[in-house]
Design a protein around this ligand. Structure first.
Ligand SMILES: *Cc1c(COP(=O)(O)O)cnc(C)c1O
Length: 505
């Protein structure tokens, strides 16, 4: 690394060379090198520990205290990525990554991302990049079609959809639409009466998102779930809570049902929840961030049954549909409500061609931010390059591998499957003794198991605790994962478990 020069005198020196930040030939050369670098990273990814082994603060001590005054060469920078950055990476694309929900990727999505970044179109409204708006409308309908969503969610029907960055943004926009619909009738001074509902398995974004929209924190209701119902929300309990709130003079506003909860992929009964909600005129949102992607396969579509009764649905292809970050698709039945709540109309963004044509979609009015990326290119490239047939194969193959892992567990009486597997996540724990051990012993045993497996760098899993039970999560879904990796991970888990057992006996 070059020496650091931070005094004012140095900053006032004349420029050493002509400065051309975007020279097409220079870009071509370096971008080719970078693609080679990334391809090599993918090819050699198993050489790196999956879970980064560095300590907090490792990077600050390795890098200079200030930005270089003089330019550094691309080669030097690449070397530092290898030397300083990659060791600090938890390698999400490693085939031995079984943590959280893996982020699935693909060459097609990467190529789409290259175009998206390459064009850098800031398509806040139609005129700012007609193709960006119109392609987004096309791919969002294509995906709706693949999911067999009713026409009421599609641009070709009476609804529509939009690509956001994350589920938090998507749900925030729908809560605001629901909120304003009701406040218009009851007056903004009554915002403190609005109540929203989720379960104790609803993703943690929900509380934050709702309170950001002005819902009082004390009005975010969490319906408890139980192991007997596999941690899915009970419509009976929901109704009981809603009725209690109404009796208190409060106003039920919004309920978030989850298709595939983050801890254990529990599925809330969408249809029954929507029935309860409709009696109280509540907005129903379905958060299908992870498991929604499986519904492109006919054998999983049943989990979306009842979706025709809900108001909005979100799904993040960045999780399981081979897209890179960030990509969350949101469909709404009444986009007008969202647009009404979120639209802005400053003079400097007036869109001449739109005037008089109400058919033009202004996506800035469907989201929080004004600026937006041409994200649709990624989904378009994915769908065209692989076809629905291969996307279904991809989902099925992950589920097949998860089934295989489930089979390994079932064949070994020292392990317990804690909840039934529905998609490509297996929740289990090591339980070598029939009795004489309580929950906290089992928890500390499984914590140790997890820690030791992860510290080998040969596999990475995470844990969760649901209904008081500490369990390990084995999530299949990293794009490079093959059966051999699942077998190796199982062998590693067993090997570590045996060592642990010997230590405590
Ligand atoms: C991962 C996850 C989220 C967060 O999704 P992002 O789109 O990545 O923000 C929300 N809900 C569920 C059920 C999830 O699994």
């Amino acid at each position: 690394m070059g020496s650091i020069d931070t005094n004012d005198e140095a900053y006032s020196k004349p420029l050493p060379t002509a400065f051309t930040p975007l020279d097409p030939e220079d870009f071509r050369k370096k971008a080719h090198t970078m693609v080679d670098f990334i391809a090599d990273y993918y090819k050699n990814i198993e050489k790196y520990p999956v879970l980064s082994q560095v300590d907090p603060g490792y990077l600050r001590t390795r890098l200079p205290k200030a930005a270089p005054y003089l330019p550094e060469s691309f080669e030097t920078i690449l070397k530092d990525i290898e030397k300083d950055i990659i060791p600090g990476m938890t390698n999400w694309l490693s085939p031995n990554f079984f943590a959280y929900f893996p982020a699935s990727v693909s060459s097609a999505a990467f190529l789409g991302e290259m175009l998206c970044t390459g064009f850098n179109s800031v398509g806040f409204n139609w005129l700012a990049s007609p193709a960006a708006t119109e392609l987004e409308m096309v791919v969002i309908d294509w995906l709706a079609n693949m999911l067999k969503l009713p026409k009421s969610f599609m641009f070709s029907g009476t609804g529509g959809g939009v690509i956001h960055g994350t589920t938090s943004e998507a749900v925030m926009c729908t809560v605001v639409a629901a909120r304003d619909r009701v406040l218009e009738k009851i007056g903004t001074e009554n915002i403190g009466k609005l109540v929203v509902y989720g379960s104790d398995q609803t993703h943690s974004f929900f509380h934050k998102t709702c309170t950001l929209t002005g819902i009082f924190p004390c009005n975010v209701r969490i319906i408890p779930t139980t192991q007997e119902s596999n941690f899915s929300m009970s419509p009976v309990d929901l109704r009981r809570q809603v009725e209690a709130d109404v009796a208190e003079g409060l106003l039920p506003l919004f309920v978030c049902a989850t298709l595939g909860t983050t801890s254990t992929t529990a599925v809330d009964p969408v249809s029954d929840i929507a029935e309860v909600a409709s009696e109280f005129d509540m907005w129903v949102h379905v958060d299908a961030a992870y498991a929604g992607s499986a519904c492109i396969c006919p054998e999983f579509r049943q989990y979306l049954d009842g979706v025709e009764k809900v108001h909005s649905l979100s799904l993040s292809p960045q999780k399981w549909l081979l897209s890179y970050l960030d990509c969350c698709c949101l469909w709404v039945k009444e986009p007008d409500l969202m647009v009404k709540a979120l639209s802005t109309d400053p003079e400097y963004l007036r869109n001449t061609k739109k005037n008089g044509s109400s058919s033009v979609v202004e996506f800035k009015d469907w989201q929080i931010a004004t600026g937006r990326r041409f994200r649709a290119l990624r989904l378009w490239l994915i769908m065209r390059s692989y076809g629905v047939v291969n996307l279904q194969t991809h989902i099925r193959s992950d589920i097949q591998m998860a089934k295989m892992f489930e089979g390994f567990l079932r064949s070994d009486p020292r392990f317990e499957l804690v909840v039934p597997r529905t998609f490509a996540l297996v929740c289990f724990r090591f339980k070598p003794f029939k009795d004489g051990y309580d929950e906290s012993d089992l928890e500390s045993l499984n914590r140790k198991l997890l820690d030791r497996v992860n510290s080998t760098g040969r596999a990475y899993m995470t844990h969760t605790k649901v209904g008081g039970v500490y369990m390990l999560r084995f999530a299949v879904g990293a794009t490079l994962t093959e059966e051999s990796h699942v077998r190796a991970a199982w062998a590693l888990i067993k090997e570590v478990a045996c060592v642990l057992l010997r230590e405590i006996l």
